[in-house]
Write a protein that binds this ligand. Structure first.
Ligand code: NOJ
Length: 747
């Protein structure tokens, strides 16, 4: 991590390179205090920020910590348009979310810059999660590509479209690791693994931010939700989380560290409690870990009404208490609720909040605005607003969607569909536009997606017939049944207690099965589903997720074999909902299931369902076959001390395409420490590479491993990472069931 030229230091450097000194709005340099700089750089951004803070009234400072919502609500509070204008005019507003459009945002910015006393520009935020105009597949789908480059591309395209339309800041990437398919927000996540999630979090951050936040085609990213939101009990959104320090540090925190190392400018607090302390009130995570240990100097924004929610949590007595607790814990900006703005002056006067904490929070907000170049150029060029998707961005979305699909089953090689075959496309999602996914941007409505039927018709070769509807199936060589769950069934506040196909879709599949015609099930969904008995009768199953604007074309590309599917599952698919949580990176019990003694009932598991998931993490088929060799470590032993000093070793393995068409394999490396002072997961993904191989082609894949891969965080609250002596097993293969292994001895 950390390459790509956008490390955290570069985030600061970007401020200096952004023309921040020449402010079009506030001119802190006009203040003599600006000359006296603690960092010794007269006129440097930090000096300017301090000087500006020095000129601000308490109300103006508190205003910088306030973010109000323009339109659209994702929780209690609704639109605050009128109050936003008023506050901007008084110079008592830092940010607005949910405003977009170059003209609209310029009009509001003009009020802040031209009518307020200090003319400090506003920063505009929006949830640009998987596309602004050009809707890419949902993040869970992107993770299935096992190719972080797809997230970078989405980030880059989204940033360009959003920034030109007045957005400076996206509340993305979401990086909540979760073992809960019932949790609707798994759709926004990268699934169940911290290593995969970290790689995507870093890549998406780079895509959004590039090397210079002030550039016209970049936006600030936001690492969310800090932290452990994905641990929601029962998968119910916003629910309680209670985790050990080691689980917090080994499972939930790594993606945040990776995003920050990639330069991520901001962080959002999460709605959940964490072992009894709401995340918005958690000084251990927000201040000790994030700001002190990791030296994060950017903005921590609350989630929507997250400060206000300290009251229903039962953690704050009233609004003033909520504001005090959140600011003191480390929240810098309050989204939607207004407790700091309302009570901050009285809290300060009575000594219940400290002036230096207040000034630090204000400085963080101003630092973001400098980095974005807003003091130099607060407005967006209206004539340059990107009006919609282009052929290039559509092409990118199509490639990403096809790359994200996972072939779950392909018996009798019904796929790819050969030339000239008569195809019937059926099912409630066959010609549905409900495939954009949980958090499509403004483009989701304005630029509808290519449906599967449309895509199949475009993709069919000359003379091939594609018909629509169950009635057409009799004459078909193959039936494509398109089923799934609508976008509203996943995402925020969309948890489900049942993971089957909603409604009568299973009956539809059974009816198609009864015709005896080979059929392919295409799944459009935002979470792992339980596939039920129908999976037995289907010839093939393609997991296409919510694939976005070019979804229909991408599905046709895969079904007709123009693209050989190479995606892998980023989360295990359970056999039934009662099995949840079922994930590959679990720990062993003292009575683990032993496949060599299947009759032994005194082992962990259920008596009415197999121990394993239906489809494991990392699983996915191809139209070709690969052989993965035995891994070899470059050394047989290595000292724990050497590892701690930064030494690394390599594990290499060969992979060969032994089938009849070109294709991609994702070579995955897992570690297991069989004896440790803290019980370790049975497998931990520590490396992966998606390799494209022509027929007969082979490649050697090399993974570089170090302390981070072999050690773990203990339960010490002050954070202790250990690398212990002993044997470590290294598995390499095409899924989390990888069997090919070697070992390394740590001395
Ligand atoms: C609530 C969600 O939890 C968060 O992810 C989002 O960024 C905010 N609402 C703003 O819409």
């Amino acid at each position: 991590m950390g390459d790509g030229g956008v490390g955290r230091r570069t985030f600061l450097a970007a401020m200096t390179g952004s023309g921040a000194a020449a402010t079009a709005a506030a001119d802190p340099a006009a203040d003599p205090a600006a000359a006296e700089t603690a960092d010794g750089a007269a006129g440097g951004p930090e000096a300017e920020i301090r000087a500006l803070v020095g000129r601000m009234t308490v109300a103006e400072k508190l205003g910088q910590l306030q973010q109000l919502a323009w339109t659209g609500a994702t929780g209690p509070g609704g639109s605050q348009t009128a109050s936003a204008e008023q506050a901007a005019r008084k110079g008592e507003l830092g940010s607005v979310l949910n405003i977009f459009g170059a003209r609209h945002s310029n009009a509001l910015q003009r009020i802040a810059v031209e009518e307020s006393r200090l003319g400090i520009p506003l920063v505009f935020g929006l949830d640009v999660i998987h596309g602004f105009w050009t809707t890419f597949p949902i993040p869970l789908a992107q993770a299935a590509s096992f190719d972080p480059e797809v997230a970078r591309v989405d980030g880059e395209v989204s940033a360009k479209e959003a920034r030109s339309n007045g957005i400076h800041w996206t509340f993305s990437p979401m990086m909540d690791v979760t073992h809960e398919p019932r949790w609707g927000r798994i759709a926004e996540s990268c699934g169940e693994d911290p290593c995969l999630t970290s790689a995507f979090a870093a890549a998406k951050t780079r895509g959004y931010q590039g090397g210079d936040l002030a550039a016209k085609d970049r936006v600030a990213a936001c690492a969310k939700h800090f932290v452990a939101y994905g641990g929601a009990e029962g998968g119910r959104d916003y629910n309680t989380v209670d985790v050990s320090e080691s689980r917090l540090r080994n499972l939930y925190l790594p993606p945040f560290k990776a995003a920050l190392d990639a330069g991520c400018a901001t962080v959002m607090a999460s709605f959940n409690t964490l072992s009894g302390i709401p995340a918005h009130a958690n000084s251990h995570t927000l201040t000790e870990i994030l700001k002190e240990d990791w030296e994060f100097d950017g903005v921590v924004v609350s989630d929507w009404n997250g400060v206000g929610e300290l009251l229903p949590h039962g953690f704050a007595a009233d609004g003033a208490d909520a504001g005090r607790i959140a600011l003191t814990a480390g929240v810098d900006m309050e989204m939607v609720s207004t407790h700091l703005a309302d009570h901050g002056a009285e809290l300060l006067a009575s000594g219940r909040i400290k002036e230096d904490r207040l000034d630090d929070a204000v400085a963080r907000v101003l630092r973001l605005k400098y980095a974005l170049g807003l003091f130099a150029q607060p407005y967006v060029e209206e004539a340059e607003a990107v009006p919609g998707p282009t052929p290039q961005t559509r092409k990118a979305a199509r490639e990403v969607a096809a790359r994200s699909m996972v072939l779950l089953k392909n018996e009798g090689e019904v796929l790819p569909i050969g030339p000239g075959k008569a195809v019937a496309v059926v099912g409630p999602f066959a010609d549905s536009r409900d495939m954009q996914g949980t958090w499509a941007g403004p483009g989701g409505e304005k630029f509808p997606p290519v449906t599967v039927l449309h895509g199949m018709r475009d993709g069919a070769g000359r003379g091939a017939r594609v018909t629509y509807g169950v009635g057409a199936t009799k004459a078909a060589d193959v039936v494509v049944v398109v089923v799934g769950e609508g976008a509203k069934l996943s995402g925020e506040a969309a948890s489900r207690s049942d993971l089957g196909l909603p409604g009568d879709q299973e009956e539809l599949i059974e009816a198609v099965a009864a015709t005896g015609i080979p059929f392919v099930v295409v799944l459009l969904n935002g979470r792992p589903l339980t596939v039920g008995n129908w999976v037995e009768s289907a010839s093939a199953v393609l997991e296409a997720w919510h694939p976005g604007i070019e979804g229909g074309h991408a599905i046709a590309d895969v079904l007709y074999g123009k693209v050989n599917p190479g995606g892998k599952l980023p989360a295990s698919f359970p056999r039934n909902v009662g099995q949840v949580p079922v994930h590959y990176n679990h720990e062993n019990t003292g009575r683990p299931y032993d496949p060599k003694s299947p009759g032994n009932t005194y082992v962990t598991g259920y008596s009415d369902v197999e121990r394993t998931p239906q489809f494991p993490f990392g699983y996915g088929l191809s139209y070709t076959t690969f052989e993965i060799g035995t891994p070899k470590a470059s050394v047989a032993r290595i000292g724990a001390g050497e590892l701690r000093r930064g030494e690394t070793f390599e594990v290499e393995v060969s992979v060969r395409n032994v089938g009849e068409v070109a294709g991609d394999e994702v070579v995955q490396l897992y570690v297991h420490d069989p004896v440790a002072s803290l019980v370790q997961p049975v497998r931990r993904l520590r490396g992966f590479e998606r390799v494209a191989l022509g027929v007969g082609e082979a490649k050697v894949v090399r993974f570089v491993l170090g302390a981070e891969d072999l050690g773990f965080w203990t339960n010490a609250v002050d954070g202790r990472f250990v690398v212990e002596a002993g044997r470590v097993d290294l598995y390499v293969g095409s899924s989390s069931d990888a069997r090919s292994a070697c070992t390394i001895q740590v001395d």
